[in-house]
Design a protein around this ligand. Structure first.
Ligand SMILES: [Zn+2]
Length: 413
């Protein structure tokens, strides 16, 4: 008997507020930011005592920017706060940015809580040396904690020297008990679960975690940006190519084809042979429930279905794990680089440049003089590339605001 924990998720409200005013001729104040609400409800009773029938969460992130002396002095204040109905640890606040930047002709001084896009490239994620990741807010590693610092940048003809003084180091944060995945008496963090090592130790538990997350993804519907991108592919045909870091499968569900979509971090709807005997990943079988309640274990029959259809070896989720690297057969690594070498326009949407392959693609395109359109709520390494090359535009905002307009402006094949 199916006893799914039916799921309904609503993004109740996402507002964007912005206003700017010039107080005096050489000073300017801008207040902007966004508020959002998430609600998830279940039609059936919870199976476990620590589960609830509905989850409500509210977040706000205003940003105040004050400029003086024709922009030579910039004061930024960006607090963040989230209130979560059940998860006390997810109810959290942070100062993402509280800084004063003074720019002179050949030096720049930053003081306060700030974020720096700097690091060394690891296999998958850029290791952020300065800012630690806010895993409470999001497990994708894209949200960074503000870090108290004094940064002096010396700008010379041959490059920039950055000197940092960090009075103390902020530790990474994780969600409370309800954001963890419980196996036996141990609570695992997402970055522990999403690894090849965890799958080798406890394949059934890792599968259960992915099947739960797959249910959450299935409860979501493609948004305006997804729909606009599928329309852009239909019009642009082989002139259009989508490289995505998303594993939620929403691009394919919106109508983009597997042929023109490089899912460089995989797709939670797919699995592949652990012996790599299949030429391509296959869909998770229809017999596997789409609604998967937290803590529900796999049955013997389900385990059998999650095997390689060709050789019978166990199959694994088709997702790039934290301890794995990009490759061509599974994640189109070389093809993505090739695309950057032949593109005539690059549109970069909603990424902080935290992973290495998207950064490669952007850098290659920029070096070739390809114009770049960057969409993101805040500046990122891609907008910095545009600022440096002067070839392209940075559009501050969300994918939903900008992608439909950009897509309709793209030429047809
Ligand atoms: Zn196989």
């Amino acid at each position: 008997m199916k006893r799914g924990h039916h799921l309904l998720t609503a993004q109740l409200l996402t507002g964007l507020l912005a206003c700017g005013c010039a107080v005096a001729q050489d000073s300017y104040t801008d207040l902007r930011g966004n508020v959002s609400a998430e609600w998830t409800g279940f039609w059936e009773d919870a199976k476990f005592p620590n589960q609830h029938d509905s989850y409500l969460s509210l977040a706000g992130e205003p940003e105040l920017i004050h400029e003086r002396n024709d922009g030579d002095d910039i004061f930024t204040f960006k607090p963040f706060y989230r209130v979560d109905q059940h998860d006390n640890k997810r109810t959290h606040g942070d100062v993402r940015d509280l800084s004063w930047i003074h720019a002179a002709r050949d030096w720049e001084l930053t003081t306060g809580f700030s974020k720096v896009f700097w690091g060394v490239t690891e296999a998958v994620h850029l290791v952020d040396i300065i800012n630690q990741t806010d895993f409470v807010e999001n497990i994708d590693g894209e949200d960074k904690l503000g870090q108290p610092m004094v940064n002096l940048a010396l700008i010379r003809d041959w490059g920039v020297v950055d000197l940092f003084v960090l009075p103390y180091f902020r530790e990474r944060t994780f969600r409370g008990k309800e954001g963890y995945w419980q196996v036996g008496s141990h609570n695992y963090q997402p970055e522990e679960m999403a690894t090849r090592a965890a799958f080798q130790d406890m394949p059934e538990e890792v599968w259960a975690w992915y099947l739960y997350r797959r249910g959450v993804c299935r409860a979501a519907n493609p948004n305006r940006a997804h729909v606009a991108l599928s329309r852009a592919e239909r019009r642009g045909r082989e002139r259009f190519l989508l490289i995505t870091q998303n594993v939620d499968g929403l691009h394919l569900r919106a109508g983009n084809t597997l042929d023109r979509t490089y899912q460089i971090h995989g797709n939670i709807d797919f699995m592949r042979c652990t012996r790599e005997c299949l030429p391509a990943p296959v869909q998770v079988p229809d017999g596997i429930d789409l609604q998967w309640s937290k803590g529900r274990a796999l049955t013997e029959g389900e385990l059998q279905q999650l095997g390689c259809p060709s050789c019978g070896a166990p199959a694994r989720p088709h997702v790039l794990w934290f301890d794995e690297t990009y490759d061509e057969p599974n994640f189109r690594f070389q093809s993505a680089i090739e695309a950057a070498r032949s593109a005539t326009l690059l549109v970069v949407v909603g990424t902080t440049g935290g992973t290495s392959l998207p950064m490669h693609v952007g850098t290659i395109a920029a070096q070739r003089g390809v114009p770049m359109v960057v969409v993101n709520p805040e500046p990122n390494p891609f907008s910095a590339l545009v600022a440096r090359t002067g070839n392209g535009v940075f559009l501050s905002g969300t994918a939903g605001e900008w992608v439909p307009q950009i897509a309709s402006a793209l030429p047809s094949a």
